[in-house]
Design a protein around this ligand. Sequence first.
Ligand SMILES: [Zn+2]
Length: 341
Amino acid sequence: MPGESLRAFIHALPKVELHIHLVGSANVGTVLALARRHPEAGVPADRAELEQFFVFRDFEHFLKVYWAVQSMLKDRHDISTLVVGLAAELARQNVRYAEVTVTPYNHLLDGMPGDELLAGLTEGRSAAKAEHGVELAWCFDIPGEKGVRAGRETLVFALRERPDGLVSFGLGGPEVGVGRAQFEPFFTAARETGLHSVPHAGETSGPATIWSAVHDLGAERIGHGTSCAADPALLAYLAEHRIPLEVCPTSNVRTRQVSSIAAHPVRRMLDHGVVVTLNTDDPPMFGATLEGEYRAVATTLGLREAEVAELARNAVRASFLDAPAKSAMLAGIDAVSPGHR
Ligand SMILES: [Zn+2]
């Protein structure tokens, strides 16, 4: 597919994003607004300077940017600014629905009252729909490195507050030395109330972490899952049980889990019949966009339009949208896809 027509086709596809972190979604415009509101944070409030600060250099610098943004989130206005900024960016790329990961424990630890966080999410979500036509849902996740205490508090907060749009329960942070199984009681309790299980696994550790996410945490989708490619039995299991992967190719390159998009095991996953969805993780901080992920994978793997459309369909089917909303999204994809036009 020539570059320009591929670009136009990917843009025209109504898209779904299933793996994006709220704090990591902050783009330059949003951070500029926050930096002007909170000069004490020391984040550049000049656009050119801020753009320089945002350029990805290495993983250490990414963490610096991430925590600088986190430090400026003080109240509902800051949260809602972040949410609406994300929605504007999604709308620009024709992304109609996103499941966004929020880490309540980190905000509470930073001193934000829970009510402020919830109000910001709720106000932002309404504005995202009203101003940008983008539907948002939430995943509340445990920062794994903070241990079982974070697990318990995230669960209590999720079940007590249960904001509109909360659909899933997750687990993020480092994997090495942070066993998935210790969080089993929290995932069991969350699942009993109807929240879906979507832990990160196999991003920075081997296939055993993915097996544990499936067996101990009842994972219905896997965040990343990159290392499954090393285990044929796991590939077969994920394919047979239709457990989708939230693949984030650029993120995996940025964090040096893979050396390039060409070296990413996404081809192997697809060849084994695993349900692959494409996602961005922390897009502006990794210099990624969802359209860019589709373009990179389509170009690298030499996909035809129909195969690219199938990736977009995978994300719809793997989402926690209700059946009528899924049908409407799939019809929107059909309307622009080969064989359906
Ligand atoms: Zn992630």
